[in-house]
Ligand binder design. Structure first.
Ligand SMILES: Cc1cc2nc3c(=O)[nH]c(=O)nc-3n(C[C@H](O)[C@H](O)[C@H](O)COP(=O)(O)OP(=O)(O)OC[C@H]3O[C@@H](n4cnc5c(N)ncnc54)[C@H](O)[C@@H]3O)c2cc1C
Length: 540
């Protein structure tokens, strides 16, 4: 591997130098392939790393091929850097809103943007050893740096060497979709691959795409001091989420001063001495806006190019990626896929979960299914929007009747104390039962809260069980138990109410003495009904 093919991660400061030294060491020499591999893994993002580490840990002979940086998007250009910026931006927002809590700062919050970016680079490089070439070598994985290309149904080429395999896993991920906007390429734009290399704050920052990536970074940059404009084709942000959830976020964005151009698409971009001129149509009028930087966040395209998938007999398409069945097997039975390259739900935790399925199915004749996974997700805006399972519209499409229970955070003591009353917990159950089909949570830490619902769904626990779980008071997660109480109250039928009334009347008489004269079965039935009634009506 020549030094000139080593990726540059700008700015090449001490932190990014460590990052590159860990994830694509300049002096690295690829090993000699050691015979036939049990598993060759292509791509060393989350999906590839988890597959390789797991398989090697179980004793398989594993090769891992990466053309850029081990760690992939999550570590280098996705979750990690974005969450570091979001954390700094929350600190800035907290200082700005401190007066609302009776705390007065001596001066207005001032953001040192280069320091924010340096903190991110420091933290990212600090955790990079975990994904490093050295660590994977120690795990017994043969690491090859270079671009992988299939040469046949059971062989792949990298840096002039051919590796033979019994099984292979494609985990080459996805990249930002390009938009065919006139002049965009010439004017220049940022994607997730370049935005984290900024060292100066853009004064005016346009984000094209109001999905999770666009919304997270738009709010972060705005809180870090940029003037932010979001262009979003659909009529609300996060258009895949429920409209009531997205509405809360939209209001928060507008209140903070982020400008939204909904149902609006840029038609032309041109470079002017004042900046990048974005022309767009709004309400039938042609308007324009000048900004310093444009971030593109309109979706992800699978990295299928250059792999020579035809030689391996692996079917794919440019939009949905590598075609897999429910066992994550491609059209070549030796080859599996995991992560963004083949999934609709492009998240680090799904890359991880599918990697585990691949290890079992490819190497140990497992029959684990993608469709059996319960997949939550979260958009890390403020407030966060987290979801798991079905939306109401999914249930309608499938003809599944459901009941929905909602607890607004403005009725939750801890949310009131925290000044975080905007949001809700919404849970859908199969009609007439407590079986949870899906949930949406809008709250400052919705990403932490949703796991309780995921645990319940995976464990087959319904709202009745959640109602019996003691939650510490005061916590925002109490809202989940309160939703469960709400469900329990629906069980308080007229019949149960009558029994309770009877019981209380009995309490005023000497009926209990008389009840002792009845057979044990009758006494148990009576007290059972009463206990149930007391449990359900005693909730707040
Ligand atoms: C800005 C941003 C923020 C995000 N935040 C979150 C978040 O908070 N939570 C979350 O769950 N998800 C988040 N994601 C999504 C998450 O990063 C991805 O879902 C995850 O990284 C996918 O992992 P992967 O292994 O499938 O692919 P990648 O991480 O993309 O890894 C694929 C690897 O394959 C390599 N490769 C490609 N082609 C070849 C080839 N021919 N030969 C050799 N190597 C090759 C690539 O260089 C890359 O390193 C975010 C994404 C972005 C862009």
């Amino acid at each position: 591997m020549k030094a000139d093919t080593v990726p540059q991660v700008l700015p090449m400061d001490q932190y990014n130098s460590v990052l590159v030294a860990n994830l694509h060491p300049p002096e690295w020499k690829n090993p000699e392939p050691s015979g036939r591999y049990n598993l060759v893994v292509i791509g060393a993002g989350t999906a590839g790393l988890v597959t390789a580490a797991g398989a090697a840990g179980l004793g398989a002979r594993v090769a891992l091929i990466e053309k850029h940086l081990l760690g992939g998007d999550c570590l280098n250009a996705g979750c990690v850097p974005s969450k570091c910026l979001i954390r700094s931006s929350r600190a800035a927002a907290d200082v700005r809103t401190a007066a609302g809590f009776g705390v007065y700062t001596a001066a207005a919050a001032e953001v040192d943007f280069p320091a924010v970016m340096e903190r991110m680079r420091r933290l990212r490089s600090g955790i990079s050893y975990h994904d490093s070439v050295a660590r994977f070598q120690n795990l017994g994985v043969d690491v090859f740096l270079g671009e992988a290309q299939f040469t046949g149904p059971d062989s792949v080429k990298v840096g002039g060497k051919t590796l033979h395999f019994s099984k292979a896993a494609i985990a080459t991920g996805a990249r930002a979709v390009e938009l065919p906007i006139d002049g965009l390429r010439e004017a220049g734009y940022l994607t997730n691959e370049t935005v984290f290399s900024l060292t100066e704050r853009p004064r005016r920052f346009a984000v094209i795409g109001g999905g999770p990536l666009g919304s997270e970074l738009a709010q972060a940059f705005h809180r870090l001091g940029s003037e932010v404009f979001i262009f979003q084709g659909p009529d609300h942000l996060l258009n895949r989420e429920d409209a009531d959830a997205a509405e809360i976020l939209q209001k928060a964005f507008l209140r903070e001063g982020i400008e939204l151009f909904l149902k609006t698409r840029p038609t032309k971009i041109s470079l002017t001495p004042q900046g990048k001129l974005i022309t767009y149509d709004r309400n039938g009028q042609t308007e324009s806006l000048i900004v310093d930087e444009i971030l593109l966040g309109v979706g992800r395209a699978p990295n299928v190019e250059g792999l020579n998938l035809e030689a391996a007999g692996v079917e794919y398409d440019g939009k949905d990626g590598v075609k897999v069945d429910d066992y994550l097997q491609t059209t070549n039975p030796r080859i599996y896929a995991a992560g963004d390259i083949c999934l609709q739900y492009k998240f680090t935790h799904t890359a991880d979960a599918t990697a585990r399925i691949v290890i079992q199915n490819a190497l140990f004749m497992g029959r684990r299914k993608l469709s059996a996974l319960c997949i939550p997700w979260c958009t890390y805006t403020d407030p966060e929007i987290a979801h798991v399972g079905m939306y109401e519209s999914d249930a309608q499409e499938k003809g599944i009747p459901l009941d929905t229970f909602i607890r607004p955070l403005k009725e939750v003591d801890r949310a009131i104390a925290d000044g975080e009353e905007e949001g809700f917990v919404k849970v859908h159950v199969k009609r007439g039962t407590d079986k949870i089909l899906g949930a949406t949570i809008v709250a400052r830490h919705a990403g932490e809260m949703i796991s309780e619902i995921s645990v319940a769904m995976v464990g087959g626990l319904g709202l009745r069980t959640i109602a019996n779980v003691i939650h510490p008071y005061p916590t925002q997660a109490e809202a989940i138990r309160q939703v469960a109480d709400e469900y329990n109250r629906t069980r308080l039928t007229l019949f149960v109410k009558s029994v309770l009334r009877l019981w209380l009347a009995v309490g005023r008489s000497n009926f209990m003495e008389k009840l002792k004269e009845y057979p044990a079965k009758v006494r148990r039935k009576f007290t059972g009904m009463v206990t149930f009634g007391v449990k359900t009506c005693g909730k707040r």
